[in-house]
Design a protein around this ligand. Sequence first.
Ligand code: HEM
Length: 208
Amino acid sequence: MIEALNSAARRVPGWAVYALGLVPLAWIVWLVLNGGIGVDPVKAIEHRLGKVALWFLVGGLAITPARRGLGLNLLRFRRAVGLLAFLYVALHLVAWFWLDMALLWAQAAGDLIKRPYLLMGITAFLLMIPLALTSNDASIRRLRASWRRLHWLVYPAVALGGLHYLWQMKVITAEGWIWAAVIAGLLVMRLPGVNRGVTRRVNRPRTG
Ligand code: HEM
């Protein structure tokens, strides 16, 4: 089963991941143009973009554990998934600043003070900027070991993105708890001891 998935994944061209990743954006635009976005379009656009960002962010974080734990190799899609996450977070931020804050800095500053979870979101976004800027082959070659160190920023970025999502809820729903558990689980799996344990178990030769 996993082998079938791996061989199917090998045949998927890189551009197809970007094309697929833009489908949610096209869907939101379509809903806006056709009046299907709901009674509060600004909130709906903000929420939809935030949710897609979270999917890509968490999806990107799941790629390495899926390889180590299940043998599912989607590593070649990691850059596309990360860049799509960045794109959706950026659009989510733009939607807030443009549609909600009417591009007014003073109003935006007031909103940040009133809703501290926005600061968490912005911090997560800021942490993602160097990751997006250095995601090209030239930067990977030039930075070498520092590139790996720099890309550790993805962990606080996901944690802050997750906290931002939970905090903006008035009451944490079942869906919120599921996201929290998945994010916490994925982060725990990256702790050095746990990480080695999972890899060792999967790579252990089969007996009998
Ligand atoms: C990694 C970064 C971020 C992630 C993963 C993220 C994700 C989310 C998610 C999933 C939601 C709720 C969607 C829903 O309930 O359907 C949300 C809400 C929201 N986010 Fe973000 N977000 C991030 C950064 C930001 C930034 C930078 C801003 C802008 C300052 C922002 C502003 C908002 C606003 C205004 C809401 C709606 C709150 C409300 O309705 O009261 N987010 N975000």
